[in-house]
Write a protein that binds this ligand. Sequence first.
Ligand code: NDP
Length: 296
Amino acid sequence: MTAAVIDGKAFAAGLRARVGEQARAFEAAAGRKAGLAVVLVGEDPASQVYVRSKGKATLEAGMASFEHKLPADTAQADLLALVAKLNADDAVDGILVQLPLPSGLDEKTVIDLIDPDKDVDGLTPLSAGRLASGLPGLVPCTPLGCLMLARDRLGDLTGKEAVVIGRSVLVGKPVAQLLLAENCTVTIAHSRTRDLAQVVRRADIVIAAVGRAEMVTGGWIKPGACVIDVGINRLPPGEGEAKGRLVGDVDFASASAVAGSITPVPGGVGPMTIACLLRNTLVAARRRAGVRGEEI
Ligand code: NDP
C-alpha cells in the first residue's frame, strides 16, 4: 500500500481564505477588525521568523496585527504589565506570547495572566480546563490543526482507536482531549510507555508529537491507518549541505508504505498552526463582540 499524502499546506490555505472571508463579515458587523497581539521578547532567530509570519498572515486575513517587541533583558514586571494592558485593550481579541521566553522570565506566570477569552494559543489553565470539561473555549492551534486534517481525511471519527505519542500541554494532552470529544478511544503514550510499537500498532489514527527524528517506523503502523506527524526535527547536515533536512517524528518512507494516509514534514501539520491561530482570533473576536458567524 502507498499512503495518500495529506496536503496540510493546501488545507491551511483554504482555511485561511475562509477565515479571511469571515473576518470581513465580522468587520462589517462589529464596525472594527478582529485583532491579534503578538509579543516577542528577545532576539531568538526562530521566534523572530514565527512572529513575522504570524503578523503577515494576520494582515492577509484582513485582521489587525499588533506586534510588541521587547528586549531580552525585559523585567518580568514590565512583561506582565504589557499583558495586563493587552487584556484591557478592546481592539485586541487574541494575545500570543511567543515562547520560549528568555531565561529569567517565568513563562507560566506570564501565560497565566492572559485573559482566557483572548487566549488564542489555548495555553492558560482555564482554556485547558474548558477543553477537558467540554466547555466552549479556545483550543491550542497545532492540536486543532491535527484534528481538522484527520476529520477531513476520515470523516466521522467515532469509535476509532487513536494513539497519541506525547503528553505535552502544548500538543499531546489537548490533541487527546479533542479526539476524545470526537468519540475516539484514545491512548496517550509517552516516554515511560511499555512496548510502544505494540501500542501504536492498534491505532486507526496515530498522532506523533515526540520531538525524536523518524522514531515511528512502518513496522509500528497498522495497515491503512491515518498518520499525523507533528514533529519538526532538523537532521545533522549531510555532506555538502549547509543545513540538515527537516524531518518529522515518523519515518515517512517506511510508514507511507503501510499507512492509508500520512502528513509529510514539512507541508503537513506545520502550516495548519498559523491558520488555526487566525481561526481562533476570529472565534475570540466574535465571542467578545457578540457577533455570530459560520462555524469554521
Ligand atoms: P515536548 O518535548 O514537550 O513533549 C514530548 C513528549 O514526547 C513528552 O510527553 C515525552 O514523554 C514524549 N517522548 C519523548 N521521548 C519519547 C519516547 N522515546 N517514546 C515515547 N514518548 C516519548 O514536545 P512538544 O509536544 O512541544 O512537541 C513535540 C514535537 O512537535 C516536536 O518535534 C516539536 O518541534 C513539534 N511541534 C510542532 C508544531 C507544529 O506547528 N507542527 C508545534 C508544536 C510542536 P514524557 O512526558 O514522558 O517526557
